[in-house]
Design a protein around this ligand. Sequence first.
Ligand code: PGA
Length: 253
Amino acid sequence: MRKKIAAANWKMNLTFQQGKDLVNGILVSDLNLKQNQQVVICPAFPYLVGIKELIGEREGFYLGAQNCASEKSGAYTGEISPEMLQSVGVTYAIIGHSERREYYGETNEILKKKILLALEYGLKPLFCCGEPLDIREKNAHNAFVEQQLKESLFDLTENEMNSVVIAYEPIWAIGTGRTATPDQAQEMHAFIRAQIVDRYGTSVAEETSILYGGSCKPDNAEELFNCPDVDGALIGGASLKAESFSAIASCLR
Ligand code: PGA
């Protein structure tokens, strides 16, 4: 059975102390994770080691980075390599978040390099895709997302693809309070899964977790997670409070 995941993307928020308090708040909340359910905490890079210590061996809790470098090592001032992340106990790396694409010029081609390097060092890419508002309004969102998948993911081997988690994040719903309706989310998630079926076959597609991202909140998580192809969420704003993040995670099915 594929994994159901609540992933917290803190973005560039919180001090170290605030981050530790937040994780402690989540740890003491009564989250009864089932065997196929995971919580992934993606703090800023400097906090990874400290947050890892707090999480310890807690069942179902994993650490994620918000980005990783596209090069192995060397003279790349300010970059953090997949090998470095792996060496401090990171499991996931968010790759291709729309904010990275938009503000830091990350193209499908660069993201493909990052994905391959992350996989080489045993990280699981949490690959983000999703369309901006004008593309949605032109009804061209399926073709847009299909191209993102083809150009960044679909050269992977079947074995590599088994380690990838996808997050569908309609850009018009990120941080805007505007959420895709469950029908819109389900339609796109089913479309993404159909693309994986075409490329890798049913068994890989059925095992691939596809998360929803874009103003996921305690009051819409349940109906989103009830959609058959929505396997959890990548959560920004609502992941910054233990109460709201735990409430969302407790809706995982
Ligand atoms: P949001 O962010 O939940 O604040 O919309 C989601 C994301 O960008 O991962």
